[in-house]
Design a binder for this molecule. Sequence first.
Ligand SMILES: [Zn+2]
Ligand SMILES: [Zn+2]
Length: 378
Amino acid sequence: MSAGAGLPAKSLAAVMHAYAQPLTVQEVPLPTELEPGAALVKINCTTLCGTDAHLWDGRLSGFLDVAMPMIHGHEMVGEVVAIHPFETRDAVGREIGVGDRIVWSEAVCGHCYACTVLGESVMCERRGMGFMQRADVSPYVIGGLSEYVYVAPGAQRLVVADEVADTWAAAAGCAVKTMLRGFRNGGGVPTGGTVVIQGAGPLGLFGTAYARAGGAGTVITVGGPEPRLEVARAWGADVTVSVDEIPDPDARIAEVLRLTNGLGADLVLDFAGAPSANREGVMMAARKGAYVIVGIAGPHADPLPMPAVMGKELRVCGSMNGDIGDLAASLEFLRRHRERFDWDLMFEPAVGLSGATDAIAAMAELTAIKPVIRPGLG
Ligand SMILES: [Zn+2]
Ligand SMILES: [Zn+2]
């Protein structure tokens, strides 16, 4: 398909040119043609992820470097403007037409060792991460802080059910699917058992609801600040442990042991990504328990206390992002439990692209839980 078929030629986008500097709202080109398997989407909304903020403020520089100029945003939902006729179905076989609302995965190659032998596309060697896509090189616009986004071939797509709000669908694209995969890798919610959630950011809060809905006995959410812990309690945490009120990690470990009659938690998930979180999480886990590491602590994380891992026969595993199955399950989890949990508690009022810098800075400073950008607001 070419521009002659009516594709827009340009898109307004908020572009990152330097670490921790204001994003520039500017026009960027769009591909003049769709490749087979590609689509062009007009963005309804993009929600920001902690990783966007950490990549913007430079704290991951040297560990994860950004290809600039670059457009942030990997949690987004939009309406199809054009789709190449080579493949017009979504990942579960539904037909996608112009005007349909879709979400999509990072592009995966389908041919590498991870995609084929392992069958684990999250580890695809050619996975199309948005922060590695320069905004001045075709296809220009992969990130969601843009009016239009190019859905590359290999990005697996899903039509979104009407009951799922734009903001929820966008958040499914990273926060919810990453949380959900963490539970899957950890063996699922232990029915009637104790779950400790480390972190009260978006993953920790969605994880709190998931543990509650999944049949946990006691759910303990460790994090802060207080407004986030309020959401955690509304979404099913029996107890919250405030890192502001109890700043000493050893005191928090003692508190979790006290709350669990000295036993610890059957499942502990690190959704915090703080350098001290992993030692703390291992010490909070029960004998024969599981510990799942989801947060990115960067290169200076405290070492795991191996004697405790051995002595408790802990299962320790990592979990990275999510695949299209995790995304599909996330959409259904949000849809199915929309009456039980007020998902809208998560989201900040929507702003346009001109508000994106303040939104990403607020995310970095933890003053916003989940900023919402609607490019159509200008
Ligand atoms: Zn691959
Ligand atoms: Zn993310």
